[in-house]
Design a protein around this ligand. Sequence first.
Ligand SMILES: [Zn+2]
Length: 602
Amino acid sequence: MKKIFYVAMIGLLIMPRLGAQEQKGAAAEMMKNLQIVEKPEAVPTRAQPGFGSINARDMMTIMTFLSSDQLEGREIGSRGYDTAAAYAQSLFALWGLKPGGDLPKPAGGPFGPFQPQQPAAKPERGYLQEFEMKEALESQTSAILESGRSGFSRVSRSFAPEIDFVFSSILPLEVSAPLVFAGYGISEKSISYDDLAAIDVKDKIVLILSEAPGKDDAASPFQKKEIKEKYFPARPSRHGGIDYTKAAAIIKRGALAVLVARNSLSENGDIHREILARQQVSDDKPILPDSRKKLLIPGSKAFPWEGRSIIRISREMADAILETANETVESLQNKITSRYKPHSFRLPGSSSLRLSNQVRYQLLKSANVIAFIEGSDPQLKEQALVIGGHLDHLGRRGEYIYNGAEDNASGACGVLAMARALALNPEKPKRSIVFCLWTGEEEGLLGSRYYVEHPVFSMDNTMAYFNLDMIANSWDEKGLQRMLRMLNVKEGEELLKKIKPENFLPLSLSAEAPELKSSLQEANRSVGFDVLYRETAQNINRMGGGSDHASFAMAGKPWAFFMTGMSEIYHTPADSMEKFNGATMEKVSRLIYLAAFLLADK
Ligand SMILES: [Zn+2]
């Protein structure tokens, strides 16, 4: 799981500083979404044998191996990951689950050895779903502004990569085109404000500002509640959220590239501070000798923030570009906010920008591990519920091994334990259940994104997805107190008196999925967590790419995301076995097993 999401996870539970009325509302809202089970009910008999088989001892045994030094932190493309995958597939086979991976490749290929005509035995699938990715080894980027009339008076100015500009993608780009300034790049019909109305962006490079006009001006039309949350979100997404949505929309209108300059002065000259921050070394995070692999799946649908032609630039570079029109970012902000009317224009015909991102790649292969239990109903077995968690982690960096016990050997163990449980449970739910262990989550949810585009059961027949990412840790008093402090509301204490910290489970799920929520509530009546349900709108930009449920959200599927407590050891070499006892992992896995059984049996 990426840091952004860890922070957002806290944010999800913790409302931004709120006014008195809002505070009351927040605590009441939380109260409404809290399910506390005084005395757990009996587990439905039909699901009981499997439920009982899920136990901490076996899960800790598997987790110890997966997070051992031998597997060197299971980085995608490493022997450690491939060994973990081979181990998982042997367990699926041992427990008799059906393979959900690739069909065997035809031996010898079109010109290979002659095969005497044999009766065509139905080819058997394996458990591995293999796919190739492109790994960006190095990229050379440049940005050169040319202005002035042709001949001697033409001047060109080049900017510093990673200081003045950062490409947001590892996809190659070569463009040179005239420039257009398009304000904030906003088309907001609800307040009849449109920066793009009066200009043609086709085949141009478009400069826009982030956020929206009037960030701190109560009179701004962008201060209306739902609009404000859209353009000035309380929890800005690390992926640039709305700015990338704006840029992606402008690209759709035919622009060749979009430059996004920061709107807020406080972030002036932010580009390299942001990079420094990203590279900052904190006590619990040793220096990573080299950053993570930069990977992409050729032809795969990109997340909004992965657009090849979206470039973040510094205020200095934006002012240099606007100088050709005798403007600055500040002068244009003032023009726009004076009447909250757009002020978009084409820069003088003579000025153009040349952008280049040359990338050297190599191919890398990895695999998801997939198995399924077929449903018991002749019709409904064609439909499936998917349960998954990523198996990969950060690998080894110099002498540091990132064992990734919590992230995400714990979730992988949950998936395996539930697969065994359902395999040995005599009765099967009506619909099928698919168990997936993903590769490449740490490098951009690659395994789950590949699966969504190459599913075992079609996406139309996929009813929902349960995601397990970090399920071994539990909340403690300190964590809940922190939540109380952040809520800074008195009522919070009443609420927290009701919750037993070690029994607390914050549960994010997609909104508008009543069946999914009711199955979880029904299952929890037999398991007995103090669950706080957080329903999130199916807005990929709001979610950011935090964990593998985002891939299913992107495909419009209902999802539930299971992550237990917070821990400071996240993404550090300290994330190792001795920190865990398996109790929470067992309980969460039993909850998901039962909820999945009930949902697939509806
Ligand atoms: Zn993770």
